[in-house]
Design a protein around this ligand. Structure first.
Ligand SMILES: C[S@@+](CC[C@H](N)C(=O)[O-])C[C@H]1O[C@@H](n2cnc3c(N)ncnc32)[C@H](O)[C@@H]1O
Length: 459
């Protein structure tokens, strides 16, 4: 669990930039970095270290109350560590920073981080949060759960094919080839490997940031887990490239002209997926929860907290392709969704049709600007669901949400550190935080999703 970083220490105790330290990691901070203390008690955050590890680390930034350091060597691994499962080029997968922790410990740390954020960043009472916290929901699968992965192209490997994989930790100029990433399905891995083989066979070069030469920048592989569909999206400097294998349904997004929109769809333009009872289509630029199977558990918690009654009105803010609102539509009188990506709204409307849902309406709008007109059009809602990106809501958007005067606000968050101050603002305006439940959407990583219920006092 994260701990106070403002412990008193002598000014001279601050480590210098570039200094190498051997430290024992004692805890995990919000965001997943290890926390260690120098013998003088100065707090140092170290990426990649787990509690119990003794590491050698080089100091980067050194602030007044804490320093940041990068791990150079694992001197003595924590006795709790388990062997890495996902390894690329001899290094642990950068997308699975917590894979050395047994799954049970990951869950404990995540539950603690949600509670800790509410207490320290939201100003809630620790005992109150303990009583309101419900047990963390486990992921359906601990590995091979991601329905989407983004890869980078890099300088050719020995086989003369461009490297296609992930950037090595802290090295933006170097791409480590990935053969089998255990966060993705076998089908996703096969698609990536097929794109690499195609690039080698057709001699399409990787883009080189230093010289500005080359063509291939990134590859995004998305998978309909329930439909078996695979979609690959190539981000390139040119639209005119040799045709990738037809079965990969490749979309080419060329960025050379200053636009990053898809310039040529060689396969289906959207992917089909099934989530809960819903058949869904999702456009390449629209958001879809990256863990399809566990998203069903997340939405079940949101639905339970929303507790919509027939005849009640729901606002689904940050609705993406409409998944949360549509999954609650049968319980509700009306559903109204707002989302800033227009393609996602086209998908949301199509998804309502696809599932025979007639009481859901969607508008492409920025949440900040769209809430007041929606109240004018639809009337005030009984329940508001908010599911913002990691940055959470600005204080102004919280004020707009409060103007809805909903009986219940269901806050779905992928970042408890931004949810906590938003929840505080809602409590100051007359809501009570009544329930909170973490959901592990991202095993092997420090990321944590959670759902909180805020109820209007006297409501
Ligand atoms: C975490 S996703 C949630 C999407 C959806 N609720 C789901 O579960 O699939 C956040 C969504 O907010 C949208 N978004 C980001 N900024 C926004 C804004 N200022 N106003 C409205 N929507 C926004 C994103 O495009 C994205 O679809």
């Amino acid at each position: 669990m994260s701990e106070e970083v403002t412990a008193p220490h002598k000014k001279s105790a601050r480590p210098r930039r570039g200094e190498e330290l051997e430290l024992r990691i004692t805890a995990l901070a919000q965001g997943g970095r290890g926390i260690a203390r120098t013998p003088e008690g100065f707090v140092v955050f170290i990426g990649g270290g787990l509690p119990g590890d003794v590491v050698r680390a080089r100091v980067g930034k050194a602030k007044r109350s804490y320093a940041e350091a990068s791990l150079i060597e694992l001197v003595e691994p924590s006795p709790e560590r388990i062997p890495d499962t996902c390894i690329h080029g001899g290094e642990p997968c950068p997308g699975a920073a917590w894979q050395g922790l047994p799954y049970e410990r990951q869950l404990e740390h995540k539950a603690e981080q949600v509670a800790d954020a509410l207490v320290r960043l939201g100003g809630f009472d620790a005992a109150e949060i303990e009583t309101k916290s419900e047990p963390i929901v486990e992921a359906v699968e601990q590995w091979r759960y991601r329905n989407k992965l983004e890869y980078s192209f890099g300088a050719p490997t020995a086989q003369d094919a461009p490297a296609l994989g992930f950037h090595a930790r802290g090295r933006w100029d170097e791409v480590v080839d990935v053969d089998d990433c255990k966060l993705a399905s076998e089908a996703n891995n096969a698609a990536r490997n097929a794109v690499r083989e195609w690039a080698a066979a057709e001699a399409v070069p990787a883009f080189d940031t230093a010289s500005g030469a080359g063509v291939l920048k990134n590859l995004i592989v998305r998978e309909g887990r329930r439909t078996g569909q695979i979609q690959t999206r190539l981000v390139t400097t040119e639209a005119e490239i040799p045709r990738p294998p037809v079965d990969l349904h490749t979309i080419v997004a060329a960025q050379s002209s200053g636009t990053d929109g898809p310039t040529g769809a060689l396969g289906a333009e959207y992917l089909s997926e099934r989530l809960g009872d819903l058949d869904l289509r999702v456009s390449p630029t629209a958001f879809l929860q990256t863990n399809t199977e566990t998203a069903e558990r997340l939405y079940a918690v949101a639905r339970e907290y929303g507790a919509l009654g027939q005849g009640e009105r729901l606002f689904d803010l940050y609705c993406g392709i409409g998944t949360i609102g549509l999954s609650m539509a049968a319980d509700a009188g009306e559903v109204w969704g707002i989302e800033s990506v227009p393609e996602a709204i086209v998908d949301a409307e199509a998804n309502a049709d696809l599932n025979g849902i007639t009481n859901a309406h969607f508008h492409a709008a920025d949440a900040r600007l769209g809430i007041r007109p929606l109240i004018e059009e639809a009337g005030k809602p009984d329940v508001v669901v908010i599911d913002p990106p990691r940055a959470g809501l600005s204080a102004k958007i919280v004020r707009r949400v409060l103007e809805c005067e909903a009986e219940r606000i269901v806050y779905v968050s992928c970042n408890p550190t931004t949810m906590a101050p938003n929840a505080r603002q809602m409590v100051e305006a007359g809501y009570t935080l009544t329930r909170v439940r973490p959901v592990d959407m991202f095993p092997q990583t420090p990321h944590i999703e959670c759902v909180a219920l805020l109820e209007r006092q006297g409501g």
